[in-house]
Design a binder for this molecule. Structure first.
Ligand SMILES: O=C[C@H](O)COP(=O)(O)O
Length: 252
């Protein structure tokens, strides 16, 4: 089954100024890509989301939030909900990024509640999983990925709204990209688990991104692997050359 690749840009808490975001998007404009062959989803900071979304639309890209609240509307200062995002016509959110898990204490159970809310609101989710260095060294990579996935599987009724992102934590922002074989082996195991725990149909159609120190230089070999359906890019998505990753994945 052919899966349309999907490249995400997670800007995290960058750039400092909206003008810088606009300048980056202006630079991207000069490098067209084939929208039939690759989907592009960009997650700016929440404050820039509304403005950046409009510019992204002009580029044939979609906007994502980097996080979503686990509560409904009400007295939850500092939060927003899946309903707010769909009302603002933001189609996507990330859930379970390792920085949310490790720096903000997000638990597997909380990711499950968030996924459930997004499914109810019809919001698309890039669901992030991945092991810490110690877990890989202890041979627990597949176990960790399965645990993080198992927490949310029962909440997913519409798999068309779900993309998985495998991001080994030791590869994020470190320059230590997983080798294509490492990423492929782990992502094949993730797909095998989805086949076993959900169905062969879902396993065949769900897209699995790789994330962690992806650059224009290393992305070609990674995307050549059968179980890598795109990337979730951090640092390199803040540069004009991000478009080289997009065109390597999907053609100009
Ligand atoms: O969400 C993106 C990942 O955290 C990867 O970040 P990175 O490309 O800077 O390693």
């Amino acid at each position: 089954m052919s899966r349309i690749p999907i490249v995400g840009g997670n800007w995290k808490c960058n750039p400092a100024k909206l003008a810088e975001a606009n300048a980056l998007l202006e630079a991207w404009k000069a490098k067209p890509f084939d929208k039939e062959k690759v989907e592009v989803v960009i997650a700016p900071t929440a404050l820039h989301l509304g403005s950046v979304k409009k510019t992204l639309e002009g580029l044939g890209m979609q906007a994502a939030a980097q996080n979503v609240g686990k509560n409904d509307m009400g007295a939850f200062t500092g939060e927003w909900t899946a309903t707010h995002l769909t009302d603002m016509e933001v189609a996507w959110t990330l859930i379970g990024h390792s920085e949310r898990r490790s720096k903000y204490g997000e638990t597997d159970d909380e990711t499950a509640v968030k996924v459930e809310k997004c499914q109810a609101a019809g919001l698309k989710v890039i669901f992030c999983i991945g092991e810490q260095l110690e877990e890989r060294e202890a041979g627990k990579t597949d176990e960790v990925n399965k645990r993080q996935l198992a927490a949310v599987l029962a909440k997913i009724t519409n798999w068309d709204l779900i993309v998985l992102a495998y991001e080994p934590v030791w590869a994020i922002g470190t320059g230590k990209v997983a080798t294509p074989d490492q990423a492929e082996e782990t992502q094949a195991a993730i797909r095998a688990y989805i086949k076993e725990a959900v169905s062969e149909e879902v396993a065949n159609k769900v897209r699995i991104q790789y994330g962690g120190s992806v650059t224009p230089e290393n992305c070609a070999e990674l995307i050549g692997k059968p179980n890598i359906d795109g990337f979730l890019v951090g640092g390199a998505s803040l540069k004009p050359s991000f478009m080289d990753i997009v065109t390597t994945v999907g053609g100009a």
